[in-house]
Every structure is written in structure tokens, then in C-alpha cells.
Design a protein. Structure first.
Length: 128
């Protein structure tokens, strides 16, 4: 069986996910997912697409993620896992689509404008 590769993105994070039949092992940057993400919340958030289609112990995932912070990386991994599941079995698509796992979150950090302290903050206006 040939490995399937999917890409997930969130904020400035990019995750490449390799899926293959297995027993539920998830490796992120050559480390077990529970060691890579120090909080159980992040681990559960990344594995949500697997729970949605009852595939927790059917596949192994090898993830390479870079860029951004922890939250962005978790979102990228979640999207990558969902896309990989659809590549592997097209019957998962309706469930994952309905729960929103196949939608890429387009929100990005707004850039800082020149002459201002932050992206939206302004210096105090003085009439006199």
C-alpha cells in the first residue's frame, strides 16, 4: 500500500501528514504526539477528525509540522489528518465536511501599519 500525503495549514503553520494503515500511532516531528504537545487539550484537538469517523486505531500518522505557535500547529495537523483520511477513504468526506474539519481557517495576523503602534491601535488624537 502506498502512503498518502496531505497538507494542512493554519495561521503560519504548515503540517505535512503521511497516512498509512496501522494501529493508531501519531508521530509529530519524530516525537510521539503526547510528548510533542505538552497539554492533553492540544492532543485531543489534533485527533478530533479521527474520533469523528471512528478511525482512532486504524491508521498511523507521521506528521512534519513547522512554523507558527502551538495553537496554529494543532490546527494545521487537524486539517492535514482530515485531508489524509479523505484521500485514504472517500466515504469519510461527508462526515468531516459536515463537522467542519475540511475547511481551512483563513484568519491570519493583520499586518502592522506604518506610523502606528500596532495593526489596529492608533496614537491618541490631539486637536490642540
Amino acid at each position: 500500500m502506498v502512503d498518502k500525503i496531505a497538507v494542512g495549514r493554519r495561521k503560519t503553520s504548515v503540517a505535512r501528514v503521511v497516512i498509512r494503515p496501522g494501529n493508531g500511532k501519531i508521530v509529530v516531528n519524530d516525537v510521539d504526539i503526547k510528548k510533542y504537545f505538552f497539554t492533553e487539550f492540544y492532543v485531543l484537538k489534533a485527533m478530533e477528525p479521527l474520533k469523528a469517523v471512528n478511525a482512532l486505531d486504524k491508521f498511523d500518522f507521521f506528521v512534519n509540522v513547522k512554523g507558527g505557535g502551538v495553537s496554529g500547529q494543532v490546527g494545521a495537523i487537524s486539517l492535514g489528518i482530515a485531508r489524509a483520511l479523505v484521500l485514504f477513504d472517500e466515504s469519510y468526506r461527508p462526515t468531516l465536511r459536515q463537522l467542519g474539519f475540511l475547511t481551512r481557517d483563513p484568519r491570519m495576523v493583520e499586518r502592522k501599519k506604518y506610523g502606528q503602534p500596532k495593526a489596529r491601535k492608533r496614537f491618541q488624537f490631539s486637536k490642540r
